[in-house]
Design a protein around this ligand. Sequence first.
Ligand SMILES: NC(=O)c1ccc[n+]([C@@H]2O[C@H](COP(=O)([O-])OP(=O)(O)OC[C@H]3O[C@@H](n4cnc5c(N)ncnc54)[C@H](O)[C@@H]3O)[C@@H](O)[C@H]2O)c1
Length: 386
Amino acid sequence: MSDNILDKFKDNQEEATIDASKKLKVGFIGTGWIADAHIVEYLKMPDVEIVAGADLVPGKAEAFFKKWNVEGARCYPSHKELLDGEKLDAVSICTYNRTHAECAIYALEKGVNVLLEKPMSVTLDEAVGIRKAEKKSGKIISVGFQPRLDPNMQMIKKIVESGELGRVYYIQTGGGRRHGIPTPFGTSFIEDETAGIGALGDIGCYSLDMVLNAIGYPKPLTVTGYRSDFFGKQEITYTRSGRPAEYAKKFSVDDFGAGFIRLEGGIILDFRIAWDMHLDTPGDTIIMGTKGALRIPSTECWNGTVGGPMKIYHDVAGQPTCTEVPVLHEKLGLFYKKIRSFLDAIKTGGTAPVPTSQIIINQAIIDGIVKSNELGHEIEINIPEV
Ligand SMILES: NC(=O)c1ccc[n+]([C@@H]2O[C@H](COP(=O)([O-])OP(=O)(O)OC[C@H]3O[C@@H](n4cnc5c(N)ncnc54)[C@H](O)[C@@H]3O)[C@@H](O)[C@H]2O)c1
């Protein structure tokens, strides 16, 4: 068996030639779980030189580069020292949600292009801060929504844009897991001081992106939001998956969230997301329009999959008809495409593949759900102009 950790990831490489005459200097902020998914793709890129990384946990960045056989990469104790000490072209921000904004803003202020993991931030205020820093810097910042690059997700947008559904007036989306609170590498997803938001920010943001991207990200106007934590605080939740029961005491985010959102253009968005529930799924995604409706079988859209062929319900020659849309398959991995599209945007001076001008709306809805839940009534959503 080969010793090279990269060998098992070789299947997703692109055939097209990449101009490697100039190498982009890339750094990492946060070298935890998702940083692995980033570095494995950067290592396939002939136009990238991985030069440095930072992590708050002593020795973690060093161990990360050792694991991936990256020699000579310099390691720093936080994002500040890294960005002060290096002249980078790009950085992958792979920290937990609570430090997304400070790391992204500092990187942009230092003139570095940013690939920021999702969710964009915890609060709307932080997202606005990122947008302001981006505008001032003139650099690219792309948010890590890799499912956008999946052909099935793109098909949803194409169907809406084709006019096949007519005027869209109601959307139901969301999803979740029967038992799936994420704690494989500790508690950074379930503690308020690191994650800030739970299921809403982990998987809810993907469901929102799937449908909002399809309809062109209209502005949200009002939201009635709900959050709960019934499962995360139970010891059985962790012992069932072989994790320490004490995690229950640390749980301080949501394991379920829901929102009823009015969007500009008279569209209603009905959303719910669960990390844990006594149900297989809270429902398919449906997009209802005046000429047709689209059913997207309940999906783990965070990994870019649809739960089966999508169906368009429409009348053909006056007859109620159902057209099945075959599931599409992608040769390249979604993380490969996420990193490659970010690098290409930097090299060509193009726009960010997943722009903050859209994702700030996603964040505003999540922020609105949190605030509405605290207040116990519907609230208006106001996104400051940047
Ligand atoms: N796109 C995806 O499919 C996907 C999948 C999983 C996680 N994520 C996102 O990735 C992010 C990280 O998740 P994870 O599971 O890797 O978390 P993790 O807790 O395993 O790793 C985060 C690391 O960031 C470090 N860190 C935090 N603040 C820092 C700072 N200021 N400077 C340097 N290091 C800092 C922490 O010490 C930690 O080691 C989360 O926001 C999560 O939502 C995305």
